[in-house]
Ligand binder design. Structure first.
Ligand SMILES: CC(C)(COP(=O)(O)OP(=O)(O)OC[C@H]1O[C@@H](n2cnc3c(N)ncnc32)[C@H](O)[C@@H]1OP(=O)(O)O)[C@@H](O)C(=O)NCCC(=O)NCCSC(=O)C[C@H](O)C(=O)O
Ligand SMILES: [Mg+2]
Length: 270
């Protein structure tokens, strides 16, 4: 377990039932690994995945932030998932299909930070209450499930989901917690991934959830301040005198100075 003040930029799902992926994950540059016991694991391999997850978390991943995604509250699998977490040093537990703060109840006694997945229309409308729950450290957009629930004809159409995506960011910011964008399914489309990761950052997400090792480095780049942003922030902070002023052809005020300082803090080596 590691402690970091900063939100992870890249959160890689690793199926608990994939031995090779569990082996490989520790060597990848993802800021957080999410070992999945939910949708990536076939129903008849849940017990095997729990055992593999325990072995991997116990033996590997030194110096990495590690979370486990358990099955949803109300599912037949969840009690066994929670029992399998006993004694593990985790940074967070990811709970899918959180529709209300009460869905968090079975996990409260774990005493671990929770990352709540917002992936249904009901959850979009409850996101503010979910983010305000003291156990919640962040929200994760579950856009495959949301697209399915919305009956979108074109599947993962972010234009059709833009209101919902923004609602997740708004709820997280109102609650003072982190927020992470959904996954990009087209694993061979590097250009499309880079575009979507950039869009996620512009929406205000802190980072993005990932499904493949090839997405890790581009994601870290997309969510890290660029050299140009760093130079601009340094110049703005150096020029700031307080109150409204002209800087580089723009009006700047105190909130712009605060944003520039936050960006510089984020850019410092962790
Ligand atoms: C998507 C995949 C099924 C693709 O698998 P495959 O074609 O076998 O991958 P590659 O051959 O390209 O893999 C190359 C090497 O990388 C390793 N690998 C692959 N994926 C991972 C991973 N996630 N973590 C670690 N390592 C990984 C392979 O083992 C190969 O290694 P090597 O032998 O050394 O070459 C597959 O990538 C995959 O299963 N990804 C994760 C899927 C997953 O976890 N899904 C659940 C989370 S997404 C979700 O549920 C979203 C949300 O809830 C929503 O609603 O939107
Ligand atoms: Mg989902």
């Amino acid at each position: 377990m590691t402690h970091a003040a900063f939100a992870p930029r890249s959160l890689l799902y690793v199926p608990g039932s994939n031995a090779r992926a569990l082996e490989k994950a520790g060597g990848l540059a993802a800021d957080m690994l999410i070992i999945d016991l939910e949708d990536a694991v076939p129903a008849d391999r849940k017990a095997e995945a729990r055992a593999a997850m325990r072995a991997a978390v116990t033996a590997r991943f030194a110096g990495k932030r590690v979370a486990v995604r358990v099955n949803a509250s109300g599912s037949a699998e969840q009690a066994d998932d929670l029992a399998a977490l006993d004694g593990l040093a985790l940074d967070a537990v990811v709970l899918p299909k959180v529709d209300a703060p009460s869905d968090l109840d079975p996990l409260r006694t774990l005493g671990l930070p929770l990352l709540a997945m917002i992936e249904t229309p009901t959850a979009i409308y409850a996101a503010q209450r979910i983010a305000a729950d003291a156990a919640v450290q962040g929200l994760i957009a579950g856009l495959n499930d949301l697209a399915y629930e919305l009956k979108l004809p074109d599947g993962m159409d972010r234009g059709a989901m833009s209101h919902a995506i923004q609602a997740i960011v708004l709820a997280a910011r109102a609650g003072g917690v982190w927020c992470f964008d959904g996954v990009y399914n087209a694993i061979d489309d590097a250009e499309g991934f880079a575009a979507e990761a950039g869009e996620g950052r512009r929406f205000g997400f802190d980072g993005k959830t990932l499904i493949h090792p090839s997405q890790v480095d581009p994601c870290n780049r997309a969510f890290a301040p660029s050299p140009r942003e760093i130079a601009a922030a340094e110049a703005l902070v150096a020029a700031a005198t307080g109150g409204a002023q002209r800087h580089a052809g723009h009006m700047i005020e105190d909130m712009h100075v605060a944003a520039a300082k936050a960006l510089l803090e984020r850019a410092r080596p962790q």
